[in-house]
Ligand binder design. Structure first.
Ligand code: TZP
Ligand code: MG
Length: 208
């Protein structure tokens, strides 16, 4: 079945200290998230794995794919997909260990996009498309680069970085999915925030 990257929810527990991760993600799923990425930058392997096991069971109940950021060992242990950046384990090696899993790769140039496509990435992460404070070292991707990548590859593109219901319309048909952290998880009512974002994404598509 074709993967639906439309509302790509990326986790960040820092935004909801009073709510546990599973409940936060379940709220996003109820609101209509179509894919979930577990992104843990500050936790130990043990806690990362526990979270991955919990989210795998949850996302399966909702029939939504789970992607693990950075950690191929954890993706393998729970039977999830993997998202890697240019500094992580290379796609070619990741593919040897995960021959059939979904693997996404962050790219910032046309050349990186062409290589990732050739080596069998299922989707490419592109960004940061707007200003974001969620990832401190995020580099901005100019619209011209996004357009050039769109022209160069056929593989689905998932935009990330500062995407909100206010600016999503600016992306037109340049991406196939919208990866968001704070637009969902920094909100008090995550379920409602996800519904609203999904609605804005739909409208953005219809007005192309
Ligand atoms: N990669 C590029 S920007 C970013 C990541 C993980 C952070 C996106 O977070 P937000 O809150 O949706 O801007
Ligand atoms: Mg990474």
């Amino acid at each position: 079945m074709e993967t639906d990257y439309f509302v790509y929810a990326v986790t960040d527990r820092r935004f909801h200290p009073e709510l546990n991760l599973i409940d936060a993600v379940e709220a996003a799923l109820k609101g209509g998230a179509t894919i979930v990425q577990l992104r843990e930058k500050e936790t130990s392997g043990k806690i990362f794995l526990e979270a991955a096991i919990g989210l795998k069971a949850l996302t399966e109940r909702y029939g939504v794919p789970l992607i693990i950021n950075d950690r191929i060992d954890i993706a393998m242990l729970v039977g999830a997909g993997l998202h890697i950046g240019q500094e992580d384990i290379p796609l070619r090696e990741a593919r040897r260990l995960l021959p059939t899993a979904m693997i996404g790769v962050s790219v910032s140039t046309v050349e990186q996009a062409l290589i990732a496509e050739r080596e069998g990435a299922n989707y490419l992460g592109v960004g940061s498309l707007f200003l974001t404070t969620t990832k401190r070292d995020a580099t901005f991707m100019p619209k011209e680069t996004l357009e050039a990548i769109r022209q160069a590859v056929q593989v689905p593109l998932v935009g990330i970085g500062g995407i909100t219901q206010e600016n999503i319309g600016e992306l037109g048909s340049l991406v196939d999915g919208y990866a968001v952290i704070s637009t969902l998880f920094a909100k008090k009512e995550i379920e409602r925030a996800t519904q609203e974002f999904r609605e804005a994404a739909k409208q953005a598509r219809q007005s192309i």
